[in-house]
Design a protein. Structure first.
Length: 140
C-alpha cells in the first residue's frame, strides 16, 4: 500500500508542477501564494480520493478472487463480530474516507467546470405564423 501511495504522490507532484508551469499567474496577484496553496490542497483531495478508490477496488477484487474462487474451502473471512485483525474496521475507515473525499472532489470538479465552460442555448423551434391566431379581428 505504501508503494501505491508513493506512486500516487509522484504522479500528483508531476501533474501539479505541469499545471503550475503552463498556467502562470498573469495578473501578478498579491494572493498568488494563497491561491497556489489552495489549489495544491484541492488537487491533493482529488488525487487521494482517486488513489483510495483504486486501492479499494484492488483490495476488494483480491479478496473476492482469493476467497470466492477456492475449490475447497480452507480459509474463510473472519466474521465482523470476531475480527481481531481489524480488517473490517480498516476497510470501513478507508471506504468512508474515500466516499467523503470523492464527494468533495466531485463538488470541486463541478464548480470548476461551471466556471470555465460557456453555455449557449440555441432555440431551433420554427417561427409560428401569427396570422392564424390574431385576436380582435372580425371574421367574414
Amino acid at each position: 500500500m505504501a508503494i501505491f501511495f508513493v506512486v500516487i504522490l509522484v504522479v500528483f507532484i508531476l501533474n501539479f508542477y505541469r499545471y503550475m508551469r503552463y498556467n502562470p499567474d498573469e495578473n501578478n496577484s498579491p494572493y498568488y501564494c494563497f491561491t497556489a496553496i489552495l489549489l495544491f490542497f484541492v488537487q491533493v483531495i482529488r488525487y487521494v480520493a482517486v488513489g483510495l478508490n483504486i486501492w479499494l477496488l484492488v483490495l476488494t477484487t483480491f479478496i473476492f478472487c482469493f476467497y470466492k474462487f477456492q475449490q475447497t474451502v480452507y480459509l474463510l473471512l473472519p466474521s465482523s463480530g470476531s475480527d481481531t485483525s481489524g480488517l473490517y474496521k480498516s476497510f470501513e475507515a478507508l471506504f468512508y474516507t474515500n466516499y467523503s473525499l470523492m464527494v468533495v472532489a466531485i463538488i470541486i470538479f463541478t464548480f470548476n467546470l461551471a466556471n470555465s465552460v460557456d453555455f449557449f442555448l440555441i432555440d431551433w423551434e420554427k417561427e409560428k405564423e401569427l396570422g392564424k391566431f390574431e385576436m380582435g379581428k372580425n371574421k367574414k
